[in-house]
Design a protein around this ligand. Structure first.
Ligand SMILES: [Zn+2]
Length: 328
């Protein structure tokens, strides 16, 4: 029987783990809540428990684990496997030596660690529609905003793993202060958290809902009310789309990509979001660059994170292509 990779996707709300074949087929999948206190030690214990369970499952199946690939929120140094900087989704995560801690338990198994959106981009490149392209970026619109860059078929990480922080691309230099230090960052307008905040302002102006309902109002409800054509939602979404298009236009001008893949929970809005976003981005982008670039949804769905995390094992952290898909 061919070997398996353990893929781990560490996010602010869930830790997803899977046993994945070289072909990308998922043999086992598990999803557990990220410990609510988000303390580094507890999150890491939950990660190690999930990995142990997966390795035991592989043993039961009589299949060898060839490596462990981990994708995590935050700025990750892929050379050391240490969290250089943690984002709001996992606030106590900075400094966590992910790879050294996993290697302490499994010293005979290779371990790869990268940022979760880099893992998503690797899944696209190896198993998804990204196979057709050498130059693309991924923009993950969730609670926060993450990004990843693939240039000439290789991930772009920067000097310690911070490259692709598209959430902190400023789209308004006179905008409000962001936690990163800059002003008017994309994340302040188009993350799930910020979308809900923008919508609440419009709902208060409209005076149609009670304060308790306004306080509970989420990005999910905003997308629902936008689809229903409600005015406060439409005003808020106009701002969201303009901010996104401004950010994407800058990304296109920097990287000249063939595709911008849009993922994350906000992207579940589908064509309702993508159609106006394409139009607005086109308006703001140099014509030749705009013509060369498509804006597409990610192609692999909710399990892309673990598939991409696992794919690090077969591609030496994304630096090699999968040449032989048969056996190991
Ligand atoms: Zn910022």
């Amino acid at each position: 029987m061919s070997g398996l990779a353990v893929g781990v996707d560490i996010g602010g709300t869930r830790i997803r783990t899977a046993l994945v074949e070289r072909s990308g087929r998922i043999v086992k999948h598990q999803s557990v809540p990220t410990p609510a206190a988000l303390q580094r030690h507890e999150v890491m214990q939950a990660v190690l428990r999930s990995i142990s369970w997966m390795i035991a499952q592989a043993e039961e199946l009589g299949r060898e684990v060839k490596g462990i690939g981990i994708g995590s929120a935050g700025q990750i140094n892929a050379d050391t496997g240490i969290v250089e900087f943690a984002v709001d989704t996992l606030p106590n995560w900075q400094g966590t030596p992910i790879r050294p801690l996993v290697r302490e338990l499994y010293e005979h198994i290779p371990v790869w660690v990268d940022n979760d959106v880099n893992a998503l981009a690797l899944a696209e490149k190896v198993y998804g529609k990204g196979q057709e392209y050498s130059h693309f970026v991924c923009l993950a619109l969730g609670t926060g905003i993450g990004g990843a860059i693939v240039e000439s078929g290789r991930p772009v990480r920067g000097c310690f793993g911070g490259a692709g922080e598209f959430g902190h691309l400023s789209v308004n230099f006179e905008g409000p202060r962001c936690s990163c230090g800059n002003y008017g960052c994309l994340e302040l307008y188009a993350s799930g958290t910020s979308m809900a905040r923008l919508a609440r302002v419009e709902l208060e102006k409209a005076g149609r809902l009670g304060q308790a309902e306004i306080d509970r109002y989420s990005a999910h409800e905003l997308l629902r009310d936008w689809a229903a054509g409600e005015e406060p939602a439409s005003i808020a979404m106009t701002t969201v789309i303009q901010a996104l298009a401004t950010g994407i236009a800058s990304i296109i001008h920097i990287f000249n990509p063939q595709v911008v893949f849009i993922g994350g929970g906000v992207a579940d809005a589908g064509e309702a979001l993508l159609t106006p976003l394409r139009e607005e981005t086109h308006e703001r982008t140099s014509p030749k660059m705009s013509e060369a670039c498509e804006i597409l949804p990610i192609s692999l769905g909710s399990r892309a994170g673990v598939m991409g995390a696992a794919a690090q094992v077969w591609t030496e952290g994304g630096s090699k292509s999968i040449v032989n898909m048969d056996g190991v």
